[in-house]
Design a binder for this molecule. Structure first.
Ligand SMILES: CC(C)(COP(=O)(O)OP(=O)(O)OC[C@H]1O[C@@H](n2cnc3c(N)ncnc32)[C@H](O)[C@@H]1OP(=O)(O)O)[C@@H](O)C(=O)NCCC(=O)NCCS
Length: 405
């Protein structure tokens, strides 16, 4: 029940019946509001777009009314298998003592996202009902943990999940956002950037990053997805690439890797509520940058109209110059985003990620603390060797799955 005597029905989303109602609620829900400026999302007619690429997903809607039915809320959830820790591999009969290497421990984790309740129907228990029903489905489908991400200043959402639903604060990665300028940015001449084949990329990620927290076991379906625009490796000029096996056995002193995901075809963002002075300032910087690109002046993109973005995922690297290599890759990705008409390039990294120093971003566009909260959903766990994941300390890095960004 919602308001006294009013029945709220929670059921699965039906594209034909519910699209208009869902879009209406989405339009009226501001997310990440700071002062009067808010970020709006246009899901381009596909409300399931941020979960549909995961192995299992569900969207629920909350409906009110008996004759005139009205959609008043919705929630999405998806389930996948990810790394929750690592252990030393068991030694085979003939192996040496020191040949044991860390291998990932996987768990089935659910991600809850896109929870929205119409502003006119809040504080009636609808959000809580949507979360509870979603969790029932997650448990039925074998999820061992569930997590959510929210702005660290979104009090309503944090209270709902921590006070009422039993989640605890878990990780605080940063979303780093860089504008796409009207000019191309030059990339260091000392760095060579190689586009890897999907199988080389998969091999590199599995060998080097599979013990990173949240690494998706189905990394191959991420890399093979048509939204993944490629994996790029930065190596010193002169280093000869001879495939991922050779690379792993004899890597250069420093290297870095990123993959690029095309969110532009999935959703558009728009900043609303900015003052006319700010809009005018942005427009002026853009006009100057377009007219005089050789000056390489940083300009503010058209963020006050719907704009698209590319998301950088799978950031990694090693060696004393890995940060410089990462910087080169990020500017390379900037130029790719410019060619493809994006407004910004975004990435999400652990607060302790050493390579974040190489990621260019504007503080005003970024979110320093994206709060992830987690909950253990049941009693029988496959993570025995790592214990309760919700209580584990954070690692240096985190793998942020681009499918749900
Ligand atoms: C967050 C949101 C989904 C909550 O929906 P809701 O239907 O109002 O939530 P409920 O009525 O089920 O609230 C359950 C509990 O959550 C907490 N809560 C919810 N909104 C709150 C708020 N604005 N301030 C403080 N606590 C709040 C309270 O503990 C509340 O219990 P109470 O009413 O008995 O005190 C809704 O405010 C919303 O759509 N916000 C915009 C989108 C958003 O931020 N989504 C979350 C992204 S993860």
């Amino acid at each position: 029940m919602g308001e006294e005597g009013v029945i709220v029905v929670v059921r699965e989303f039906d594209h034909e019946k519910d699209l208009l109602g869902v879009e209406d609620v989405e339009r009226r829900c501001e997310v990440g509001s700071s002062g009067k400026v808010s970020l709006f999302t246009d899901l381009l007619g596909d409300p399931i777009c941020r979960v549909r690429h995961s192995p299992a997903f569900l969207m629920l809607v909350a409906e009110m009314g008996t004759e005139e039915k009205e959609i008043v809320g919705m929630i999405r959830g998806c389930i996948k298998t990810v790394t929750c820790g690592k252990k030393l591999s068991r030694k085979g009969k003939n192996s040496h003592q020191n040949s044991a290497k860390p291998v990932p421990v996987y768990t089935k984790v659910a991600y809850i996202l896109g929870l929205r309740v119409s502003p006119s129907h809040r504080r009636m228990g609808i959000g809580l009902k949507l979360v509870s029903r979603m969790e029932e489905w997650l448990i039925e489908n074998g999820a061992e943990y569930s997590y959510i991400a929210t702005d660290s200043d979104n009090l309503g959402s944090i209270r709902l999940f921590t006070y009422k639903c039993g989640y605890s604060k878990f990780r605080t990665p940063s979303i780093l956002v860089n504008p796409v300028f009207a000019h191309r940015v030059s990339v260091s001449h000392r760095v060579n950037i190689i586009k890897l084949t999907v199988s080389d990329a998969e091999c590199l990620y599995r060998r080097r990053f599979s013990t990173t927290e949240f690494f998706p076991r189905d990394i191959d379906s991420v890399l093979n997805n048509k939204l993944s625009l490629g994996t790029f490796l930065a190596v010193p000029v002169g280093f000869a690439w001879k495939g991922s096996d050779r690379f792993m056995s004899a890597p250069p002193e420093s290297w870095a890797v990123i993959s690029v995901w095309n969110c532009k075809d999935v959703f558009k963002l728009e900043i609303r509520g900015a003052s006319s002075v700010k809009r005018m300032l942005a427009k002026t910087t853009r006009i100057v940058d377009r007219a005089l690109p050789w000056l390489r002046l940083p300009s503010i993109p058209e963020l006050f109209r719907p704009f698209g973005l590319h998301f950088l995922y799978g950031l990694g690297g090693e060696g004393p110059h890995a940060v410089k290599m990462m910087k080169a890759l990020c500017w390379f990705a900037h130029n790719l985003a410019k060619e493809r008409g994006c407004g910004v390039v975004a990435t999400e990294v652990s607060s302790r990620e050493p390579l974040r120093l190489g990621v260019p971003y504007w503080r005003t566009l970024s979110c320093d603390e994206d709060l992830w909260c987690i909950k253990r959903l049941g009693e029988d766990y496959s993570d025995g060797s790592v214990g309760d994941w919700t209580k584990s300390p954070p690692g240096l890095s985190i793998f942020v799955d681009p499918r749900e960004f």
